[in-house]
Design a protein around this ligand. Structure first.
Ligand code: NAD
Ligand code: ZN
Length: 392
């Protein structure tokens, strides 16, 4: 047998900026110029989420102007290619082919760059197209939602849906760089804007107590979606997500533990039961509430700690109850099927992350369903006790 280890080193770069396509902003230009000794300007293809283009009407025209101002370093091969975004784009295989066709037509090679601008779904699609053409083209991701800037967009995965299953086809691929232009947050509808805050709370709970204290101190301002605390929240969330990926020892998820998916087993199921009328952030809030009260039920977490976290999630504007938790099939709550589906999704053993204290995590491999149902019952009662009945 021949056995050799193959050492591979990845650089994961996350930059934060405002006005990335203002010609005076050198973030994108410098990233490309600094990375390699250029043999003439680098060829660049820009893929743009049409939802972002519509909400930012001057964006598409500003991109060619930016490249013209930096023609010594970068050549934009064509005007930005606008493709539809949001979850439906991950169900549309013809969009993958469109990306490959553009790569082929404009002779984008392994020394060229693709810049993808959009929400997490669009980045998953564009990232898959880029990673599979010529076995991988350098990708600069520019996430445009709070969720993708603080969570998914700074990760190392891509994928599209296939066989009716989410992310069935995709790769692990460290992007060349991620550029978070915080100006994009301004054009997000409030509901989408709020969604990213919950992933920030999640990551603070599993690894960063001081970030949790920051979120608690700024809960009311975050509820009002004030710019400064929101930007700080996105930064620290991104930092924590990247730190976890870089230091956990399992960036490409060979094991079964997935701490960044705290609260997600119930969240994924809730999104599905609701036919995605419950947003990802809203579902994660309920999912974390279930897991926190479950932890109290089984003696892992003190009740006072759990109550404090539930209050923070409500303060920033999330409901901890969804009527979809009541959905039953043949007398069994449908939400419980989320546990087995989560195990299948991770592969191997069921592994759920819980927290014994703020900033600490604990992996468990067995779950007591009756205690889960008691936790859900507590959330139901908590919700009903808050509904004020107006006497007539
Ligand atoms: N690869 C990963 O590691 C990872 C991790 C978490 C989530 N994800 C994926 O991310 C997706 C969810 O992403 P998302 O929450 O960012 O939303 P999204 O990509 O679904 O976008 C939602 C909508 O907002 C629009 N939009 C995006 N940015 C906008 C802006 N600045 N202004 C106005 N409209 C804008 C989009 O066009 C789309 O219509 C899911 O498909 C999920 O699977 C991937
Ligand atoms: Zn999530």
């Amino acid at each position: 047998m021949i056995q050799r280890s193959i050492p591979v080193h990845f650089q994961h770069r996350i930059d934060f900026t405002h006005g990335a396509f203002d010609p005076k902003n050198h973030t994108l230009r410098d990233l490309i110029a600094d990375a390699c000794a250029l043999d003439g300007p680098a060829r660049v293809l820009v893929l743009l989420d049409s939802g972002v283009a519509e909400s930012n009407p001057t964006l598409a025209a500003s991109i060619p102007r930016y490249f013209a101002a930096h023609a010594d370093t970068v050549t934009l091969m064509t005007d930005p290619i606008c493709l539809s975004g949001g979850e439906p784009c991950k169900n549309n295989w013809s969009l993958v082919e469109k990306i490959w066709q553009a790569i082929e037509y404009f002779k984008i090679c392994r020394h060229s760059y693709i810049i993808a601008i959009g929400g997490g779904a669009f980045l998953d699609l564009a990232g898959f197209g880029a990673a599979t053409a010529h076995r991988g083209i350098r990708l600069i991701r520019m996430p445009t939602t709070t969720l993708s800037q603080g969570d998914g967009g700074v990760g190392v995965k891509n994928g599209v849906n296939y066989f009716g299953k989410k992310n069935w086809v995709g790769t692990f691929s460290v992007p060349f760089a991620v550029v978070n232009d915080l100006d994009f947050i301004a054009s997000l509808p409030p509901r989408a804007c709020r969604d990213g805050i919950i992933e920030a709370i999640k990551v603070s709970l599993i690894r960063d107590r001081s970030f949790y204290e920051y979120l608690k101190a700024n809960g009311a301002a975050l509820n009002r979606l004030e710019t400064r605390p929101l930007e700080m929240t996105i930064r620290r969330s991104a930092e924590n997500h990247v730190e976890h990926i870089a230091t956990s020892g399992d960036p490409f998820e060979y094991g079964s533990a997935r701490p960044l998916d705290f609260g997600h087993w119930a969240a994924h199921k809730l999104e599905q039961i609701s036919n995605f009328s419950v947003s990802h952030g809203e579902a994660v809030a309920v999912g974390m509430a279930v897991d926190l009260l479950y932890s109290v039920q089984v003696g892992i977490l003190p009740r006072s700690t759990a109550e404090g976290i539930l209050t923070l999630m409500e303060t920033v504007g999330f409901s901890l109850w969804s009527e979809f938790l009541n959905t039953e099939e043949r007398g069994r709550p449908v939400i419980l099927a989320g546990l087995e589906e989560f195990r299948e999704h991770l592969g191997g053993r069921l592994t759920i992350t819980l927290i014994p204290a703020i900033g600490e995590k604990l992996e468990v491999n067995e779950v007591d369903e009756s205690a889960i149902l008691r936790a859900i019952d507590e959330l139901r009662q908590r919700h009903h006790s808050k509904v004020v009945t107006i006497p007539v």
